[in-house]
Design a protein around this ligand. Structure first.
Ligand code: URA
Length: 202
């Protein structure tokens, strides 16, 4: 079920919105007539992509990764062969961070302010693989030292780090090479599932 309509995530969503309204950043939503941006995608996703914070398009439409970075992310999703009901997308900060009308990266204070809700969302969705998109997401999980394309373990889940899609867009690259390890993890997981199904019938 879609995250915004999910019963499983209803309480986290309501609490997150209340929490967000108490932060100074919320004035950006009011001044731009924008949105507090929750997640999108499947509430039982096996892969959870975690980005930074909404940009202008996301703020306007109320959904994460629906602008230029989102288009590249959707190309990545195709590249690794995911179906629509297999992934979800969220940010570590649900409000557009602005400085003099321009997008800026969220501060450590802002990431930490929303961290309890980031963790509650991860727990509720309970994905098999978490994909950190860029430095702010890595910072939220204490994984700043990860390099692009690298995999680690996180509380029994696979965690994969890749630069933020905006980085690749700035450099005129697609980043598909850097997805190799993620593809490998997914193929391995699929094989394990197939084996266990076969085992159940033998
Ligand atoms: N960049 C992000 O990190 N998140 C979005 O939702 C859009 C752009």
């Amino acid at each position: 079920m879609e995250l915004n309509e999910s019963n499983k995530l209803k309480q986290v969503r309501e609490e997150l919105i209340e929490h967000a309204k108490k932060h100074l950043l919320y004035k950006n939503v009011l001044e731009t007539k924008g949105h507090i941006v929750f997640g999108r995608g499947e509430d039982n996703a096996k892969i959870l992509f975690i980005g930074e914070a909404p940009g202008f398009t996301e703020n306007e439409l109320g959904k994460p990764f629906v602008g230029r970075s989102g288009k590249l992310l959707e190309e990545w999703v195709k590249e690794i062969g995911l179906k629509n009901n297999e992934y979800a997308i969220m940010n570590v900060v649900p409000i557009i961070p602005l400085a003099e009308g321009k997008i800026r990266p969220p501060t450590e204070e802002e990431i930490n302010y929303f961290l309890p809700y980031t963790m509650k969302m991860v727990k509720a969705i309970n994905p098999e693989v978490i994909v950190l998109l860029g430095k702010s997401a890595a910072r939220a999980f204490g994984k700043e030292s990860m390099r692009t394309g690298e995999t680690t373990e996180y509380e029994g889940k696979k965690m994969f780090f890749i630069y933020h899609p905006a980085y690749y867009l700035r450099n005129g690259r697609k980043g598909l090479e850097d997805l190799k390890n993620l593809k490998k993890i997914l193929i391995e997981k699929e094989n394990v599932q197939k084996q266990s199904k076969l085992g159940a019938f033998s």
